[in-house]
Design a protein around this ligand. Structure first.
Ligand code: ATP
Ligand code: MG
Length: 636
């Protein structure tokens, strides 16, 4: 179903609320099912227990591959752009991809993988990564992709949590001018992973690796032993499709579980509608470039499953936005005539910093839609993206969603929903947001803010956290009984537009006043000498919580200036918000601990502010773990 006008959006929305089951049944009917479902939805948010398309049988790879062969067999399914632009890019048509997925699936079978087994995938951003993911799905194995930047310990934790039987990896990975020895990291991880019987190693960097007899095999040699004939396993709609561990900006990683039927329908529906993907329509919108890694949910839903289920051409980029220069995204856009570009505010802000020289060297006229995901996009970045990349002619879709939601929940539909900078705008049809106060009471009307929850399930909602259903209940369904709690704070403005304001655990309570960390940060950032800041709370005898601010100044102030600068910052905050919001402590730092998706890992800053640095938890998901030591050393 492609919604084409705002009136159609409104009608679809209304229908999705009045009669959700027939709304989703109609959408799900567009897919290839081996056997139709008997009941569309059964749910409660108490246990929780959510099931979609009950009794339906399918295989997601038949939807992503087989059913396109007749009409799109020779159309590119994947375009791969290597880290080094002088290496040739690779195009795989739907027919070629189908063939390779079947071969890889046969390799898995040959190595003892059966339906229901968990397979860990730790690979570079190469086509074989997407192929490995789809090969698992083909035979009903559950994939658990671990981002290729994680440490041995993080991999081991994830493998043990899911009891993976097999690991697919590569000798190494290229990222910018770095070479990461993936197989070596896997070897370290596997010292503590008794469940793993087999490791399949792809050749990418030709880094020397040790191959353990009886455990490790080369992918290339295995592929020589198999045919391309691999019928898809028949899966129940509610069979597990994959586990994906959340990045962990709020603690121990959770294995979020998604299932075959609902996830497929939701990933495809959101891809098609949000990006207004219509290859055969007047726009000829076809080539989709999502810059996320397949190791994150964004890559699962909008590099692999969503685009392929819709028959799009999905671009996979191996490298980083700044290699060999900061024009790489624009070079790729030009070279492959990208129509849809989907990236993160953190990337936009970092590229903004390099000015327009590199942007202007490239022809970006193929672009039709721009997307943003991962964190709130600030107004300055939004306008820079709009003016310089979209040249004010490409709608920007600011897409809000989570690993747990499987796909986008709140977002404009490209070119249809009127956009407003920093606003994710309106819920997609089928999505029922609700704002509640701390006590779980609904906050009605517009021009209000509160905690963002969902009151009705959508097909892509997580079903459980692997091996620990109680944790799933506790984390998402216990705070406000009867609701799915997103953990995000949200503003609904006078037009009913939604703006995500950040995690609600980012709210401080200072002497009984609720103050958002973002509010204080914005005020601090208004000071001319400040580049960026992060604010957390720490226990304070008198106020309950004190405010601790980590500040990056454009010049690290020398001791005698530091006091003066601090006083200026306090004066600024006092003027902008009020004396109540004045930080009790200010520490100048040169960097902040950020996850690879650009989120500040506040739990680390909180611990340092509390003076408890003994156990900072997993820091391997940080872009630059070294900043933590520097911050620890300079704590005030
Ligand atoms: P963890 O749950 O382990 O702490 P995480 O929440 O960082 O990790 P994700 O599921 O990738 O992992 O991120 C979802 C969160 O990202 C949302 O809850 C929200 O805070 C933020 N987010 C994503 N997209 C947007 C957006 N368009 N605008 C504002 N915030 C966004
Ligand atoms: Mg989260």
């Amino acid at each position: 179903m492609l919604i084409r006008t705002f009136e159609e959006y409104q009608a679809a929305y209304q229908k999705s609320v009045d009669d959700p089951e027939s709304f989703w049944a109609e959408i799900a009917q567009e897919f290839l099912w081996r056997k139709p479902w008997t009941k569309t939805l059964q749910w409660n948010f108490e246990e929780p227990n959510v099931k979609w398309f009950i009794g339906g049988k399918l295989n997601i790879t038949e939807n992503c591959l087989d059913r396109h062969l007749a009409t799109r067999g020779d159309q590119p399914a994947i375009i791969w752009e290597p880290n080094d632009p002088s290496e040739a890019s690779v195009t795989l048509t739907y027919r070629m991809l189908h063939d390779q997925v079947c071969r890889m699936a046969n390799v898995l079978k040959r190595n003892g993988v059966v339906k229901g087994d968990r397979v860990c995938i730790y690979m570079p951003m190469v086509p074989e990564l997407a192929i490995a993911v789809l090969a698992c799905a083909r035979i009903g194995a559950v994939h658990s992709v671990v981002f290729g930047g994680f440490s041995a310990q993080s991999i081991a934790d994830r493998i043990n949590d899911a009891k993976c039987r097999l690991v697919i990896t590569a000798d190494g990975a290229y990222r910018g001018n770095k070479e990461i020895p993936l197989k070596g990291v896997v070897d370290d991880a596997l010292m503590g992973c008794p469940s793993v019987e087999r490791v399949i190693v792809m050749t990418r960097t030709r880094t020397p690796v040790s191959m353990l007899k009886g455990r490790d095999v080369w992918m290339e040699q295995e592929l020589k032993q198999v045919t391309a004939d691999c019928p898809a396993e028949e899966m129940d709609a509610e069979d597990m499709l994959f586990i994906l561990y959340t990045s962990g900006s709020t603690g121990k990683p959770k294995g979020v579980v998604h299932t075959c039927g609902g996830y497929m329908v939701y990933a495809a529906y959101t891809f098609q509608n949000v990006f207004q993907y219509e290859p055969d329509g007047p726009t000829g919108r076809q080539v989709h470039f999502c810059t996320a890694d397949i190791g994150w949910i964004t890559g699962h839903s909008y590099i692999v499953y969503g685009p392929l289920a819709c028959g799009a051409t999905s671009l996979i980029f191996e490298g980083v936005p700044t290699y060999p220069d900061c024009g790489r995204f624009w070079d790729i856009t030009d070279k492959h005539k990208v129509n849809i570009l989907y990236t993160a505010p953190t990337a936009i802000r970092s590229l903004m910093g390099f000015g327009l020289d590199e942007v202007e060297k490239h022809d970006l006229s193929s672009l039709q839609v721009l997307g943003s995901v991962g964190e709130p996009i600030n107004e300055e970045a939004w306008h820079w993206y709009d003016d310089n990349i979209g040249k004010n002619r490409c709608p920007i879709v600011d897409t809000w969603w989570q690993t747990e939601t499987g796909g986008i929940l709140i977002s404009p539909l490209a070119g249809i929903t009127k956009t407003k900078p920093t606003y994710a705008t309106l819920p997609l049809p089928g999505v029922q947001p609700i704002l509640v106060d701390e006590n779980g009471n609904e906050i009605e009307g517009n021009g209000v803010s509160g905690n963002l929850c969902m009151k009705f399930p959508w097909p892509g909602i997580l079903r459980t956290t692997y091996g620990d259903h109680e944790r799933c209940r506790q984390t998402y369904f216990a705070t406000y009984p009867g609701l799915y709690f997103t953990g995000d704070g949200c503003l609904r403005d006078e037009d009913g537009y939604y703006r995500i304001t950040g995690r609600v655990d980012d709210v401080l309570n200072v002497s009984g006043h609720r103050i958002g960390t973002a509010e204080v940060e914005n005020a601090i950032n208004m000071h001319t000498g400040v580049v960026e800041s992060a604010v957390v709370g720490y226990p304070h005898d008198i106020k309950g919580q004190g405010i601790y601010a980590y500040v990056i100044a454009d010049q690290m102030p020398a001791d005698h200036d530091a006091d003066l600068t601090k006083r200026d910052i306090l004066a600024t905050v006092s003027r902008v918000i009020g004396p109540i919001a004045k930080p009790d402590k200010i520490q100048f730092v040169t960097g902040l601990p950020k996850t690879r998706s650009g989120k500040i890992m506040r739990r680390i800053l909180r611990k340092i502010a509390e003076g408890d640095t003994s156990n900072l938890g997993d820091t391997t998901t940080l872009l630059d773990p070294a900043v933590v030591d520097e911050i620890k050393a300079g704590a005030v």
